[in-house]
Design a protein around this ligand. Structure first.
Ligand code: FPP
Length: 255
């Protein structure tokens, strides 16, 4: 956790800024239904806030932002909706790539490219290649991603490479995950009132802090990100230790 002055900060004290924030962007469908609109409009609206959220992430000094765009389970949705989602993702790349590149955002994809429509695959590869030297913020787009699937694939590769059982430890497994050498998410945000992980970053999220908000994703703006970060900075992360171990000077002396 880095201590820094951030773009939201009022100037009185430093705020803990998470290095890695991950977001489950949920509620596009309900946002649309409540307005009597087709789900497709909800997904389209769910891209309008992306630019502001990314700008805010850059200004705040977040190092890695991971967005859950499409899970391995989302293939079970009606074909028409899958098509809308894939088209929406293409549209986001077309619309945002230039500004993201100018801001120094490095785009990465986590998940399997195989299975994604070829045109979108090509756009993802191009976006990743274009931005690979950028250093301001790493934007991981989780697309055709499943946390369990990621672990299964890691295990398969470890076995296929003939790695000895005694050489397998947590660090080794981490190196075989899509997130490789990236820090684990410090904060996972889920919008729309649902309180579950839905197979997102199941390994990496073990010690994350969670922020749940009832706001639907299309309505989630800079101010909601600020609230999530403010809540995060008030939390104490113990990683299995006690308060006294973490803040020895404040602890009650043993009698
Ligand atoms: C969940 O809402 C949202 C999705 C499955 C898609 C999220 C994708 C975007 C917002 C596109 C932006 C993507 C990029 C490039 C990062 P839902 O359909 O599950 O809503 P519901 O639970 O209300 O039905």
């Amino acid at each position: 956790m880095t201590e820094t002055m951030d773009a939201f900060h009022n100037g009185s004290s430093p705020v803990h800024v998470p290095r890695h924030v991950a977001i489950i962007m949920d509620g596009n469908g309900r946002w649309a239904r409540e307005r009597g609109l087709p789900r497709a409009v909800g997904h389209r609206q769910g891209t309008e806030n992306l630019r502001e959220i990314l700008r805010a992430a850059v200004e705040t000094g977040i190092e890695v932002l991971t967005l859950f765009a499409f899970s391995t389970e989302n293939w079970k949705r009606p074909r028409a909706e899958i098509r809308v989602l894939m088209n929406t993702l293409e549209l986001v790349i077309d619309r945002e790539l230039r500004e993201l590149d100018e801001q120094g955002v490095q785009i990465r994809h986590i998940g399997e490219l195989e299975g994604i429509p070829p045109k979108l695959q090509r756009k993802i590869r191009e976006a990743v290649a274009l931005t690979r030297h950028n250093r301001t913020l790493i934007l991981n787009v989780a697309l055709n991603y499943g946390g369990r699937d990621e672990i299964v694939r890691a295990v398969r590769r470890i076995v296929a490479e003939g790695i000895a059982p005694e050489a397998i430890d947590e660090q080794l497994i981490e190196r075989y995950l899509y997130t490789g050498s990236l820090p684990d998410p410090d904060l996972i945000i889920r919008t729309s009132g649902e309180r579950r992980l839905s197979n997102f970053l199941v390994w990496q999220g073990s010690y994350a802090e969670y922020h749940f908000t009832s706001v639907y994703w299309p309505d989630f703006g800079r101010e909601h990100l600020r609230d999530a970060l403010a809540e995060y900075s008030r939390r104490t992360r113990r990683f299995g230790q006690t308060d006294e171990q973490l803040r020895p000077r404040l602890s009650t002396p043993h009698v």
